[in-house]
Structure formats: structure tokens, C-alpha cells
Design a protein around this ligand. Structure first.
Ligand SMILES: [Zn+2]
Length: 77
């Protein structure tokens, strides 16, 4: 995974961790989660008990110069 430079301005990208703001009883963004993605038409199984099957994980890169954030998918296999 050679994503090291911003495609817009060429600055060195920083690895970032995406935060989750859904746990409102904690400080916003206090949970750092491994974000996942799924197929657009993915449905949760067994009436929602098992949740949506994730296709893989996401990781992010931030350009400190222009602020662009790039997301990359890492399929689970
Ligand atoms: Zn940039």
C-alpha cells in the first residue's frame, strides 16, 4: 500500500484513525474504531441480530497541507 503523497498537492500523507461519534454518552469522537464497509445492498442477517456483513476495513490518510482525506479499502479475505 504505497499511498504516501497527496494526489492534489504532493505533500506527505499522515496516517489517521477514523473516530466514531455515535457513542453520545462519551465525549464525541472518543471511540476509535476500525471502520468497515459493506456492499451497497448488504442486509443484516437473521432480522438484524447479526448485523451487516462487512466486506472489509477502511483506513485513512490525511494531507496536512490541503486537508484532503483519502480512504482506502482493505477487503477481508
Ligand atoms: Zn494535499
Amino acid at each position: 500500500m504505497g499511498h504516501t503523497e497527496c494526489p492534489d498537492c504532493g505533500a506527505a500523507l499522515q496516517a489517521i484513525k477514523l473516530t466514531d461519534a455515535t457513542e453520545r454518552w462519551l465525549d464525541e469522537g472518543s471511540l476509535r474504531v476500525d471502520q468497515k464497509y459493506s456492499a451497497e445492498d448488504a442486509k443484516s442477517g437473521f432480522g438484524g441480530i447479526t448485523g451487516i456483513h462487512p466486506e472489509g476495513n477502511l483506513y485513512g490518510r490525511l494531507c496536512p497541507k490541503c486537508g484532503r482525506i483519502l480512504l482506502y479499502a482493505v477487503p477481508m479475505n
